[in-house]
Design a protein around this ligand. Sequence first.
Ligand SMILES: Nc1ncnc2c1ncn2[C@@H]1O[C@H](COP(=O)(O)OP(=O)(O)OP(=O)(O)O)[C@@H](O)[C@H]1O
Ligand SMILES: [Mg+2]
Length: 233
Amino acid sequence: MPEQTFLDIRHLDAGYGRSQVLFDVNIGIPWRGGVAVLGRNGAGKTTLMKTIVGELASSKGEMFFDGRDITRRRTEERVRSGIGYVPQEHSVFARLSVRDNLSVGSLSNSDPTATDRVLAIFPKLGQRLDQPAGTLSGGERKMLAIARAMLGNPRLLLLDEPTEGVWIGVIEEITERLIELAKEISVVIVEQHLDLALRVADYAYVLDRGRVALQGAAGEVHSDPELLRYLAP
Ligand SMILES: Nc1ncnc2c1ncn2[C@@H]1O[C@H](COP(=O)(O)OP(=O)(O)OP(=O)(O)O)[C@@H](O)[C@H]1O
Ligand SMILES: [Mg+2]
């Protein structure tokens, strides 16, 4: 586990009804920097993100954020206390314009320059402010989702596959932004692109059928001969 723990997940079980997906998951997320969550399709990565943000209740275990027990806290409270979330799907309001999506994201942000700052980070969005978000390209939509989450001023940002379905050139752009962001705040990234994930992350957890099967410094995990076995279909 990384040294200073900002989000501390202990012995977490979660699932859907009687189908348990996560088993005794222990994860520590530091105050700053990137942490990758890896694992093959169905390993439980999205389930873990939903449990952290409180969309899904855990059936066992505890979760501490910034030293406070959030295990039973509602999603709004977790978001207000600084947890941002970019879900894998439906992460923007398709019928709303880019501008209105950003306005919704900045509701809790009292800084009038915040929107300009995220537009400076993702300049492509600035050219599409009046376009409905549903008509954006996959890459632009991911950027909008990240920009919107950033407007909530998160101290911990959860990103569930931020480059899924995105063209390689835009992947590079998103990666660069996430590396910058991880210098300021804590970034948890679920990614299929191993190289990308381990460039953003200092530390990695690998889930296998809902359990933490492997963890360590990003470089160590990358070169671990077991890794490919856990990621193979
Ligand atoms: N709402 C749900 N109801 C019942 N089972 C679900 C539900 N959502 C997910 N599951 C199951 O939970 C398991 C873990 O799913 P999850 O979405 O967490 O995987 P994942 O690691 O994010 O996969 P992927 O890489 O494909 O996104 C899968 O077997 C999935 O079918
Ligand atoms: Mg998923």
